[in-house]
Design a protein around this ligand. Sequence first.
Ligand code: COI
Length: 357
Amino acid sequence: MTTNELEIVQSTSKKDKPSQDQVPFGTIFTDHMFTMEYEAGKGWFEPKIVPYAPLTLDPAAMIFHYGQTVFEGLKAYRTEEGRVLLFRPEKNFERLNLSSERLSIPPIDENVVLEYLTKLIELEKDWVPSTAGTSLYIRPFIISTEANLAVAPSKTYKFMIIMSPVGSYFTGGLKPVTIHVEDQFTRAVKGGTGMAKTAGNYSSGYQAQANAKKLGNADVLWLDGVEKKYIEEVGSMNIFFKINGEVVTPALNGSILKGITRMSIIELLGTWGIEVNEKKISIDEIYQAFQDGLIEEVFGTGTAAVISPVGELNWQGKKMIINNHEIGELSQKLYDTITGIQTGKVEDTMGWTVEVK
Ligand code: COI
């Protein structure tokens, strides 16, 4: 990576911020953005913080045709005293490079990029909202920009970071969601791109999501692409089950996203003396446990979704109502602890938060 000096061009006008009690998810963007270019043979260059603005790209830019792109999602939180904290940001840049490797995109220097992000947040500190459940969502991403219709990796890229003040991902806040267990469409297969955070993994789920939403579900739970038998993840989060006192989650198998909240929940539960069993979990086994009255709680984990309790799973016309559609004790405790650490209310004994001064 070529280490160039960061150039900062300040915006001359300031946008209106959303009202603190009505922060939407992902539709309002801050005043500035970060951009950096890549050229084969030259590396990454021209790091800049500039006013947030549309891009100009060649219509033949490879991103539009073959979707060679990766992204990340992390958040900055406001503490009661007004400090700004990031949650394990180094993990996001580490995962960005893993995703890039899968998509044949050149790696970024994780530490240098974290410094650029810190500068961007310093400039946009006033955009970090302070009401409960809100944060500044940070979206780093890389797009392939070479104008070339050949099916081959681009020789040029753009790395960007945009930021958006956000409220809860699912409407209704921390309220148990209804999820459709998808048994027709496939999200990912082993050897595919399931473990990478890349656009196609998400857009290929829209059709299933739309069908599920028509039936009153908030999202879909994906099963493995081969047998449609083993549980993978929900559209926007990893999934955990508490069954007869044991916490289980699908083991990472190459087609499941290596969630940073997932990892943090496993580590946190470990400190509470609760071992998470990461294993292959079949939907039949979940249905059997449901029929036997053994499913105590189901919850999703993700940066955007935080901890989202699942109140109902619908699979092949069978309805599994979980914990009477109520938030489970463990889900609530995990939500309170993780958001407490993120917002400085709970002591960060894990060393997960990084303050932006
Ligand atoms: C996140 O949790 O940050 C995600 O990227 C999930 C989704 C909004 C795509």
